[in-house]
Design a protein around this ligand. Structure first.
Ligand code: OGA
Ligand code: MN
Length: 297
């Protein structure tokens, strides 16, 4: 049986049925990829995946990113290093403490961002699987950076051509109030250059590439670059470009980090358990390399 595709918009967000991601047929995989390049966010309801099956499906899109951001604390992490733990649980499986470092760090997921733009070789796509959802709140919003690029006035498109932004995890974390990086963590994740506008190779579409990780624009006074980034993020996240995902248990949602931003909505994380794990696939190269922009030293 071939997969069923239910688009939410003509080319942004689709729900996919008639596939079991624990053992997708090659023909289903090919159809999923084609849909993914077109819609950028895919929702797969009612999937029952072991961690390994989740990783196997993710690996069909490229290499799994396994490098951590935070050093591990006293206890071993709850999940295998191939996953980002998008839960509010500590290593023992209990709801985290109000003042826990993980909680402070993950508050940054409430800001508009795209995953791993703070890595030199950034994230291509992320696959987030929900095993326990909060009964109220905890939605995830997605914004289409391709449609937002298309809607820019020609003068702005011209102004942005060839611009490079500096992305750093410390930049977004500072914005959300987390400044406690250790010296080792800071050395591991220095600022990296990323193109402000990029082309998606699979369909030739141009897209903005912004995130709260972006702090300044190279060659521009700091305040001016910052103001431009803030203005563009406000543009991308207008409601006509945004889809809000209301989670159901066993949803797997995958998004294209190259041309979308997302953010987690608030929920009472000291009351309700929300348990999700994310596999992240690395892009093929730094965005400046992909765009043919000389990578600044
Ligand atoms: C993520 C993320 C937001 C959320 O998984 O990368 O930012 O709603 N999640 O949990
Ligand atoms: Mn994220």
């Amino acid at each position: 049986m071939s997969i069923t595709i239910c688009p939410f918009n003509p080319d942004f967000v689709a729900e996919i049925g008639d596939v079991d991601l624990s053992r997708p047929a090659d023909s289903s995989l090919a159809a999923i990829k084609a849909a993914f390049w077109k819609y950028a966010v895919l929702i797969f309801p009612d999937q029952h995946l072991t961690p390994q099956q989740h990783l196997d499906f993710a690996a069909a899109f490229g290499p799994i990113e396994a490098e951590r951001v935070l050093d591990h604390e006293r206890t071993a992490p709850r999940l295998d290093h191939s996953f980002a733990d998008i839960s509010n649980l500590d290593a023992t499986g209990r709801i985290w403490a109000e003042d826990s470092r993980q909680r402070m760090y993950k508050a940054g997921n409430r800001l508009w961002h795209t995953d791993s733009s703070f890595r030199y070789r950034p994230g291509l796509c992320s696959l987030l699987y929900a095993t326990i959802i909060a009964p109220v709140g905890g939605h995830t919003e997605f914004a289409d950076q391709r449609a937002a690029y298309d809607a820019l006035p020609p003068e702005m498109k011209q102004k942005l051509e060839g611009l490079v932004a500096e992305h750093c995890i410390a930049t977004s974390r500072k914005r959300s109030g987390f400044t406690e990086f250790s010296a080792d963590e800071a050395i591991r994740l220095p600022p990296v250059p990323q193109a402000v506008v990029r082309t998606i190779p699979q369909n030739g579409r141009r897209s903005l590439y912004l995130a709260s990780h972006a702090g300044r624009i190279l060659g521009m006074p700091e305040a001016e670059g910052r103001a431009l980034i803030d203005r563009l993020i406000a543009h991308v996240t207008q409601r006509q470009f945004v889809y809000t995902h209301r989670w159901r248990t066993h949803d797997l949602v995958m998004w294209d980090n190259r041309c979308t931003m997302h953010r987690g909505a608030d929920y009472d994380d000291l009351r309700w358990v929300r348990d999700m794990r994310r596999a992240t696939v690395s892009d093929v190269a730094n965005t400046c390399e992909q765009e043919g922009i000389a990578v600044p030293a």
